[in-house]
Design a protein around this ligand. Structure first.
Ligand SMILES: Nc1ncnc2c1ncn2[C@@H]1O[C@H](COP(=O)(O)OP(=O)(O)OP(=O)(O)O)[C@@H](O)[C@H]1O
Length: 364
């Protein structure tokens, strides 16, 4: 997106995209920091690829402006943006060897033969393909082909690398390996990475920040622990992993958050100031709740009945129902689950105040 070797800083300002009467992206404003690893996360059809295509210059936005290092590039054609790209189905050249594929972007840029040889050699080593230089793509495994695609996208030192579900066709263990590889390449090159996925664990594991999309809208952007522990709304909370939702009444601001009544007991919770009012939902992840004999005065806790357990190996998933009929799931040590089910099934559920987060009731 700018001169080689320097990570780009991108600003999207009020970007919208309509296909006929269909709104694929709506009023998207997002800053992507220099050298950051930003993941665009959302369900199928939420607008992630459309935004990536707008960043690449393959799709023109219907509204809004796009800036790279402060320069308006909204109208700039794709070939002048020079973003590195690893897309689904953005295939290698089948008739070219590994080294010819990697050399291609440098040839297009009319680099000297000496420079090309040196840069291709470095890239081949960096992505672990030494010894495979003369092979054609058809002679490589799926993981090796993706390594060539990464090398080809990074060899000309683009300011930004755009990746659209590059590992979705790989099996689980190879996918894990490629994710680790991509993280290392990001650290080594210092380039800005914009990565699209609909896999929340992949997004949380890889990114410096995650941007969550639904129905063409950007719902929240933040560090992985921020979006996971303090989701802006119900959609984000549920999309990022299993979460318990309990109704709370009479919510009022309190020190460090809010206080309200959950199952007729006072509970403390974290919240955004604007969500403090009346009735709402308290969200708590299963791994943050514990089983106790009773809840101490001033401690967050509600009574519940254990109904069923599922052995997961390292832990047990316990399903419970509260007195007022909410369903709750917790992840607890195996022996705790067995004890909860054997003791007439009546237990207390407790959790630290900072792990309970208030959501506006209903969510999006
Ligand atoms: N060229 C087009 N013409 C019409 N509609 C389109 C076009 N491109 C995308 N869309 C629509 O825009 C919406 C967003 O698509 P997009 O590919 O950005 O979603 P996505 O979040 O990347 O989904 P996926 O994870 O399935 O790739 C979809 O409903 C899609 O059908």
């Amino acid at each position: 997106m700018q001169q080689p070797g320097r990570a780009a800083e991108i600003k999207a300002n009020g970007i919208g995209k309509s296909f006929g009467s269909f709104r694929a992206l709506d009023n998207l404003t997002l800053d992507i920091g220099r050298g950051e690893f930003l993941t665009l996360l959302g369900p199928s059809g939420s607008g992630k690829t459309t935004f990536l295509m707008i960043l690449a210059g393959f799709v023109q936005p219907s509204e809004g402006r796009l800036f790279s290092d402060g320069v308006d590039i909204t109208q700039r054609p794709a070939e002048q943006r020079a973003a590195g790209m690893v897309f689904q189905g953005y295939a290698l050249f089948p008739h070219m060897s590994v080294e010819q594929n990697i050399a291609f972007p440098l040839k297009v840029r009319k680099k000297t033969a000496t420079e090309i040889r040196q840069r291709v050699g470095e890239m081949v080593e960096r992505v672990g393909l030494k010894g495979h230089e003369k092979k054609l793509p058809a002679q490589l495994s799926g993981g090796q082909q993706q390594r060539v695609a990464l090398a080809r996208a990074l060899v000309f030192e683009p300011g930004v690398l755009l990746l659209d579900e590059p590992f979705s066709a790989l099996d689980k263990s190879l996918r894990g390996q490629m994710q680790a590889e991509m993280k290392r390449l990001h650290q080594e090159t210092g380039t800005t990475f914009v990565f699209v996925t609909h896999d929340q664990s992949e997004a949380l594991a890889l990114s410096s920040r995650v941007a969550i999309f639904n129905h063409g809208k950007l719902l929240q952007v933040g560090a992985p622990d921020e979006v996971y522990d303090r989701p802006a709304n119900r959609f984000v909370a549920e999309f990022l992993g299993e979460i318990n939702m309990l109704p709370v009444k009479g919510v009022k601001p309190a020190d460090n958050g809010a206080i309200g009544l959950c199952e007729d007991r006072a509970v403390n919770m974290r919240c955004k100031a604007e969500t403090v009012k009346g009735d709402a939902l308290l969200a708590i992840r299963p791994e943050h709740m514990s089983i106790a004999r009773e809840a101490a005065v001033g401690e967050n806790g509600i009574a519940a009945t254990a109904i069923a357990s599922t052995y997961l190996g390292a832990a047990t998933r316990l399903d419970l129902t509260t007195r007022q009929g909410s369903k709750v799931t917790v992840s607890v040590p195996n022996e705790v689950a067995a004890a909860a089910l054997s003791k007439g099934n009546s237990v207390w559920l407790t959790w630290p105040a900072e792990k309970g987060f208030l959501l506006p009731d209903g969510g999006q």
